[in-house]
Design a protein around this ligand. Sequence first.
Ligand code: SF4
Ligand code: SF4
Ligand code: SF4
Length: 458
Amino acid sequence: MVSKVRTFKSEKGLSQDAGTYRRGELRGIIRINEEVCVGCDTCRGVCPADAIEGSVGEKHKINLDKCVVCGQCLINCPFDAVEQMSFVEDVLPKLKDKQTKVVAIVAPAVRVAIAEEFGAKPGTLALGRLWVALKKAGFEIYDNNFAADQTILEEGTELLARIAAHAGLKELPVYLWDKKLVLEVEEYKHKPLPQFTSCCPAWVRYVELYYPDLIPYLSTCKSPQQMAGATAKTYGAKDVWKVAVEKVYTVGVMPCTAKIFEAFRPEFNSAGKYHKNESIRDVDAVLTTRDLAEIFRRLNIDFMSLPEERDPKNFMWYSGGATIFGVSGGVMEAAIRFAFHVLSGKEPSPTASEWEFHDVRGLTNPVVRATVTIPLRPEYQKVFNDKVIRLKVCVVNGIGHNGAHLKPVVEEVLRGKSPYQFIEVMTCPGGCINGGGQPKQAMSIGFIQKIFYKLGRA
Ligand code: SF4
Ligand code: SF4
Ligand code: SF4
């Protein structure tokens, strides 16, 4: 059984300079309802940012200047006292306006969880049903898996460029499909290793607040949500839907409350810059998995009675690597698959076990460390003076209470002693399948991870 999560409407006027917030950023996305809080202190034990104040038995409060908006307090509060800002009331009128193209950017973790909101067993995959429901509601679909592939092309290339630059190279040939591109990599020698992932907005906020010296280590890539928003409002508006960009309203559908914060970061208006209208945002609103279920309920869409149908087109194609973004270790594994393809010259195969990198998967370990050996195609053997390349990687599977899991890993980096080239950090334990925007119930998440890896072979 899922619990009902209390929400409150997004309010204009919240996005002002205040404390650690810049103008345009949303403040107060997660809050504790003091009338409901019993002071059990559970939330403090799961908070990665020491942002919860109050002693046992007292009403607790969130210190917004410390909060990274992960929502872990919300999904773990046994008394349903934690509330979330919701954009349901903003999105519903847009869906009713036939002049507006409302584009749902749907994250991988939503499809394995939304059916729980309608009484299905945890882990029920509802991909086709979800597409039918989104269409019935009036959404265009931009599968965020497509954007995850965009991210991996960017982030994987950036990683290879950093590695090549630190090996003393000025340029690196990259063989993608039947094309040879030559990357100028010299400028990357100023970008340090290890490269950290940047797709978890709570982690990015964590770096800004607690480890600003790590900012140059973060990948410069936007998250899939933001890549999708920018692509939808440029290429999508002009070439796919053929409508004026002002008529496109983009809605992230995410397992995550931090994605709400991310969408309102002032710098995420690439489409606005492209169109020379800075009021155009890349992503206009974000719905959590729970919020999308509420939209379906409000539109009287009987989710569980819908057929499992899917007719992929435009932004709905993706690789198996993109599918596993929703679990801890998934971004790492997708990046390794990309590096493996480029460096070895081998073609992806859904059946070959060499495309599955089990050593970087981890749900039970808070920190996963691995060395991945990739055979080099002849052209790279000359470049790297070896027959193989050994990638040393690390996955932080949840930042942990007050950063407990993360601290040893980042302190090694800050002391210049890190052995790794690439580090993935997901704020939520288990990754986005256990995000603060998912259906709220006490459950084990291990079996959902298995579903993802099954899908990731496709
Ligand atoms: S877990 Fe919930 S009830 Fe317990 S202190 Fe935190 S907000 Fe209050
Ligand atoms: S658990 Fe996450 S959302 Fe809750 S107070 Fe801590 S940082 Fe903020
Ligand atoms: S791990 Fe995923 S759900 Fe959790 S804060 Fe990061 S992006 Fe959001």
